[in-house]
Every structure is written in C-alpha cells, then in structure tokens.
Design a protein around this ligand. Sequence first.
Ligand SMILES: Nc1ncnc2c1ncn2[C@@H]1O[C@H](COP(=O)(O)OP(=O)(O)O)[C@@H](O)[C@H]1O
Ligand SMILES: [Mg+2]
Length: 314
Amino acid sequence: MAERIQIVGLGLATLDVLIRTENMPNWEHGARFDAFGFDGGGPVGTAMCAAARLGAAVGFVGTAGCDHVAGLKVELLEEFGIDLSHLLRRDQPEDQVVIVYVDSRTGERVFSGFGRPRDQLLRPEELDRAYITAADYLHLEGMHPEAALQAARWMQEAGKTVVLDGSKTAERDVRPFIRELIPYVNVLICGEGFGRALSGVEGLYEAGRRILEMGPRIVVQTEGADGSYTVTREDRFHTPAYPVDVVDTTGAGDVFHGAYIVGLLHGWDLRTVARFSTAVSALKCTGLGGRGPIPTFSQVGAFLQERGEPLPQG
Ligand SMILES: Nc1ncnc2c1ncn2[C@@H]1O[C@H](COP(=O)(O)OP(=O)(O)O)[C@@H](O)[C@H]1O
Ligand SMILES: [Mg+2]
C-alpha cells in the first residue's frame, strides 16, 4: 500500500499484563496461572497494530509517560512500523496500564486498570490538523474526549471517514461525549449492548437501523462467538464467527476494527470486509495477548482459501 499515512488512530494505547488462569486469586487464596505475558493493548492502539500488520500505512496520535513501562509500551507500537511522530510524551509515570485476567477454559477476559488515566489526556490545541486530515480514515474510541471531537469535526470538514469503536456496554446509556461524537461518525463498529444503549431500541437490526438516522452509514455490532451484524440503508446481514481453538479473546474486537478499515481501503463489498475482519479476529483468538497473534495479510488469505471463501483478487 501507499507510503502516505492512510489511517490515523487517536486514542488509547496500553501496556497489558496478561495472566491466563482457571482460578482467580482472592484475599484468602492465591492462584496459579498457566500462561503469562506482556503485550500492547487499548482499542485504538491495537486496531492500528492490526491495520499496520495487514499492510496499511498507519499513524497513532496519543500520549505516553516517561518511565520504563512507557518505554515498553512505545516499543510494542514501534514493532508494527506505526508512525509515532504525533505521540506525545508526558513527564510522569505511564498510567495506561491494564491487568488482563484470561479464563483458561473459555478465553474470555476481565480487566483491571486505573479508573481513568489521570493526566495523560490530549488537549485539542495539541493536535496537528494537517497530519490528521491527510489520512483517509480516522479511528476513535472513548479516550481523549475533547481531542477526539475536534479531530472528528476536522475530518468531516475535509470529507474524510471517521470510524468509532463503541465499546461493549452493560450500561443503560452511553457517555454524553460519545453521543456528541455520533453525528461525525461514518462507520460505527460496536460491541455487545452498545447499539441498544445508544438507540434505546431492542434487536440488533432494529437498533442498527435507528443508529443510521443519527449519522453513521455503516453500523456493525460484534457479538463475540456469535459473529457480527451489519446494517446499512441498503442491506443487513449476519457474519458468523469462524470456530477456532480459542486461547484468549483479548483484543478480538480491537483487531476487528483495524481489519475492517483495511477491508474498506481495499474497496471490497461489505460482506467481504466483514468476512475478512472476522477471519483476522478468529486468528487473533488462537494466541495470548491482543497484538502478538495478529495475522499477516497472506495468513488471512490462506485461512479463507482453506475454507473455500477466497478473498477477491488484486
Ligand atoms: N470465541 C471466539 N471465537 C471466534 N471468533 C471470535 C470469538 N470471540 C470473538 N470473535 C470474533 O471477534 C469479533 C469481535 O469480538 P467481540 O467479542 O464481539 O469484541 P470484544 O473484543 O469487544 O469483546 C467477533 O465478531 C468474532 O468475529
Ligand atoms: Mg468478546
């Protein structure tokens, strides 16, 4: 793909500490783990790593601290060849860190982290408008609210595409800042519960159709091992997940987003884009960590070929 940066991600990049175990420790009992690792994480950070590994030219806009933890986090982004010229270093310890407990039996995970990274939020005046709007796609999540809104407005004025990761939610409502962002979003890809919380409507297709009236032209709701549900004005369809030997589902959704943008860059029809993203996420789930197991483009091609569903040529 081109040298020019095609996708800019603005959001969270974490250092994840992964512990895969059958039993969680409590204040009475410790617990053995059967796998351990460090990996990078964060919805936008990991989506950008996926897009880069799949062949896109990618930049990441966000913040990092200045200690050893921050150093490792930055190294784990550099490995993917992501442009980090607009990553701002703060003179403080890294606080975008997450402990991830992975259930050995199911691969499902639960997170612990700071309630909210404290002082590392980007301010709108720190953004480089020309850098961001030179990209075709801007990818956002819930981190850096004011900066995300500013960047989304600029992209809309520039006629470019904004993609939002609406995270899985059990809440009845979504944060006010996310509601404010929705009119600037062209492609909404969200986790379980988000569509219902945003629209107030039950039913995946029904919620999706309601969200189309709020701004986005594509709504994809991901439902873990049940795959994903896409809604546009012209079409609606389910894309089943690929059955694989699941080790760890951490980052499945994040990687799906990065792959989805790469699929759109290829100009494929949306069923192919969803199938491609689903394959990338399935392969991700076969290893520990959000980023380490992300496949290359040719590995995804081979996976789909073996299943008699090859990618379009060229
Ligand atoms: N256990 C699994 N087996 C196969 N594919 C999965 C599994 N869990 C997730 N995926 C794939 O990853 C996509 C995103 O996963 P999901 O669990 O919805 O997101 P999140 O990471 O936000 O929890 C799903 O639509 C599916 O295609
Ligand atoms: Mg999941």
